[in-house]
Structure formats: C-alpha cells, structure tokens
Design a protein around this ligand. Structure first.
Ligand code: GDP
Length: 456
C-alpha cells in the first residue's frame, strides 16, 4: 500500500463568498500544522479525534486571522485513511486564502485535483467505481442522476463486479487444475458446472449493459430537439417549457438561425432542449447551413418535438420535417390550436400527437407528462438489485469481459485446450478489474482523478 510522506492542503468549499469556508489537510503532519496555528477556546493542549473545537486561528506573531472551528480526524477513520484536519472559517476568499497560505508556508503542499479521493483510493478505502461516483454526486444535475451516483458510491456496481470476479475465479481454478494434464478431458458434470457458471455471469452482464442507455440519459440528460418549419411556435414552446424568455420570438419566419440549447429538469430527468432553425427549402446560405445542422442533430436526439401549426393544413415543409425525423422517437406538437384545429392526415397518425396553444398555455402539461412517460417507462434508475451503468468506461470494460466470455464458449464447443479456456477467463477477469481499479492503467487513473475539483 502506498504511503505518502507529504501533507496536502486545499480549500474544500467552492471559491467565492459563502457562509463558511473549509480548509482541509491530509497527511502525516496534518495535526501538527493545525496545532501550530489553532488555539481552542477551551484551552486544551491536545485535541480529541472527531471532535469539533471552537477557537481562534493565529498567523505568525500571534496575528489573529479568524474565529474558527477545527477538527482532527486521525487515521484510519478519515476520508483518506490518513490523518486529516479541517478548519472551518468565515466564508470569503481572503480568509480562506490566508489560512491556506499559512499552512503552505508551514510545509503543506497544495493538493492536485482529486488528490484527497486518489489517496482514499490508493489506501483501499474506496475502489475506482466509488471514486468516480464521488465526481458524479458532485456534478449530478437531477435527483435521479444523483441517487444513481449515490447507489454507485454505496458500492452497488463494485459489489456486483466482485461477485462476478469471485465466480469467474472459481471456474478458472477448476480449469487450471486440469492444465497440468492436457491429455485428460474435463469430466462432463464439471464441464457443465463451469459452463453454467460462466453463462450466468454473461447473462447478468448483458442485462447491465442494457441499462447503459437509460443510465446515460439520467446522467448526461436527454437531448430533446424542437423541430419544425419557421413560425410554427418553436421558440415560444422552448420559452414556455423553460418558463423564461431565452430564444428570440419574432413574427418573421426563419429568425432562429442557429441552434439554442437550454437545460431543465422534468419529472426528475435532466433535459437538454435544443431549438433549431426551421426545416425548409431555402436559398439563403445562412439558413441553409442551419437546416443542415438541424438534420444532423435529429440523428443524435433522444426525442424530437416536431412542432406544426395545428390550425392549418400541413405544408410541404412540414412533411420535410416529418421525413427528417424518421427512425427517431418523435412527438408531434400541433400548436396554435387557439386559432382553430385542422385534423392531421392519417399518414402521420402513428406518431404520438399533443395539441397545444403556447399562447394560452394549453396542452403544455400534457406534453411534459408525455415526454417524461416516454423515458421513465424504459428505466428510471430503480432497477432493484441489478446495478445500472452510466459510464462509458464501465461499459467498455463490460463489453471486453463479454467478448472474452463469448470466446470462451466458442473455445469450449470447438474443443480448445484447457490453457486456451483459462486464458479467456483471465482476460474476462482483467476486464472486470478495470472497473474497480485493480487493473486500471495509470494514465486512465490520472485522467479520472483530474476530473475532480481541487479539495475533493
Ligand atoms: P418559430 O419560428 O417556430 O420559433 O416560431 P416563434 O416561436 O418565433 O413564433 C412565431 C409566431 O407565432 C409568434 O408571433 C408567436 O407569438 C406566435 N405563436 C406561437 N405560439 C402560438 C400559439 O399557440 N397561438 C398563436 N395564436 N400564436 C402563437
């Protein structure tokens, strides 16, 4: 296990004005550094672990810096499993900065991004999926995404991965016992047992891989594209959904030339709403570029809100927009129903339809309900015992594991030798180890921890 000689320090609270600012130290000298500047009001000489003390923070020459609270958390009962000390001072950049500078002058080193969590990982307090979950909890944009990250932090994914690892290791041991006897066939009942064990894991991996899309949506947000020909009310709809004037609403067709993106949370699902230039035939080069971009965006959207003027018959440009949406989940929003209702032709009937009048606020709630239902029915993060994955790195590792298991089965039915079968199981194990950090290459670790903020 890695031991650090140095003591790191960083502000643990976000920069700027706030109620309090926290400066955190971790390493062998954490307590000593705290003691050199902090005088508890109680006058106690030594501080008890895990107890918050009121007192004063003095700079060199008994220069009072701030009235503070301080705590020492001795190893191993701390976030990093090292000695940790914290000073809670009044919020504001100046005081935090001064306290930090005094610690650095005393010999502490400013922590790099994520270094506290990296130490916790290297000391074995948390594994890699849990470290990654810390970032997700900090960054999550909606309650559902946060509870998903919390369940990962709680070790749900790693527990499953460890269970797979143990099971695969069992099968590997059974096969390895035969490696020294290449001439001997594995007994049939044993062979069946190995096969069943591996097949069970493969099935569970498939299930987890299937959760990736729904999990990704919860984490990254659902990309909702608002599409339609000019002047049907796309910008007005975007504004109404956001509840504020963000896109410019005008009566001249084709003013939303580029795309506008906004974030909001609907029914616990984060959405990225994108308003596009209207789809229509045009010779204006600026608009033509916008139309092209809208078509490209349709391909990457999770959902398209196709807005039409519901008070009038559809036009060629509406059909052009409908055509652009083929193969993508779409809701037709027939807007301007306050001006009348024109029935839609039967050929667009299979596409779900919501009637709205953005002007009067009609149909907006129904539209929102419809949008949420489309996704919650497919997976809402509460999948019972099976963990949900949201991270591309985890997905890739599971895909590698699955590939090795498939090769294992092919090898089995093709009568390959014990050594070959064992090799594939070892491959599968190594792929699993990448998820928890046991076999993760250093460059990848560096990349993961550099995503953290300083002080975490
Ligand atoms: P876009 O070009 O599709 O983004 O359309 P806009 O949102 O800019 O709206 C075009 C015009 O239609 C504006 O004058 C809006 O006020 C008007 N509009 C939008 N929604 C409605 C509606 O529900 N009813 C009526 N009567 N007018 C609307």
């Amino acid at each position: 296990m890695q031991q650090y000689e140095d003591t790191i320090v960083a502000p643990a609270t976000a920069p700027g004005e706030g109620g309090i600012g926290i400066i955190r130290l971790s390493g062998p000298c954490a307590e000593e550094f705290l003691q050199s500047f902090f005088r508890p009001t109680s006058g106690e000489k030594s501080l008890q672990s895990h107890r918050l003390y009121h007192g004063k923070f003095f700079g060199p020459g008994e220069h009072l810096i701030d009235e503070v609270m301080a705590v020492v958390m001795r190893a191993p009962r701390s976030y990093t499993r090292e000695d940790v000390a914290e000073v809670h001072c009044h919020g504001g950049n100046l005081v935090v900065r001064r306290i930090l500078d005094h610690f650095i002058e005393a010999g502490a080193r400013l922590a790099t991004p994520g270094e506290f969590t990296l130490r916790a990982f290297l000391k074995g307090r948390i594994d890699l999926t849990e470290a990654e979950a810390v970032i997700e909890v900090i960054r999550s944009r909606s309650e559902k995404a946060c509870s998903l990250a919390l369940s990962q932090l709680d070790g749900k994914l790693s527990r499953t991965v460890y269970r797979f690892r143990d099971l695969l290791q069992e099968q590997l041991a059974l096969i390895e016992a035969y490696i020294d006897f290449p001439e001997e066939d594995i007994e049939l009942p044993l062979l069946r047992r190995i096969e069943e064990g591996v097949a069970g894991i493969q099935g569970e991996i498939e299930q987890i891989l299937q959760s990736f899309d729904a999990g990704r949506i919860l984490r990254e947000g659902l990309s909702v594209l608002i599409l339609g020909r000019p002047n049907v009310g796309k910008s007005s709809l975007l504004n109404a959904l956001l509840g504020e004037a963000r896109a410019i609403v005008t009566e001249i067709p084709g003013t939303t030339r580029d795309t506008i993106e906004e974030n909001l949370v609907l029914g616990g699902i984060p959405l990225r709403l994108v308003d596009t230039a209207g789809v229509r035939h045009t010779e204006d080069p600026v608009e033509r570029e916008g139309v092209k971009r809208a078509r490209e965006k349709v391909r990457f959207a999770d959902l398209v809100l196709l807005v039409v003027d519901g008070s009038r018959p559809l036009e060629d440009d509406d059909y052009l927009a409908i055509e652009a949406c083929q193969g993508v989940r779409t809701i037709i929003v027939a807007n301007k129903t306050d001006l009348g209702q024109h029935p839609l032709p039967s050929k667009v009937e299979p596409i779900p339809l919501v009637l709205t009048s953005v002007h009067c606020g009609d149909g907006l709630e129904e539209l929102q309900r419809h949008m949420v239902e489309m996704f919650t029915s497919e997976g809402n993060g509460e999948q019972g015992e099976s963990p949900m994955i949201t991270d591309r790195r985890h997905r890739q590792a599971l895909v590698h594991c699955r590939q090795a298991l498939i090769r294992f089965f092919e090898g089995m039915s093709g009568g390959m030798g014990h050594e070959f079968l064992a090799l594939e199981l070892r491959e599968a194990l190594s792929a699993l180890g990448e998820i928890t950090g046991e076999t993760t290459p250093d460059q990848i670790l560096e990349k993961i921890f550099s995503k953290f903020c300083i002080g975490k």
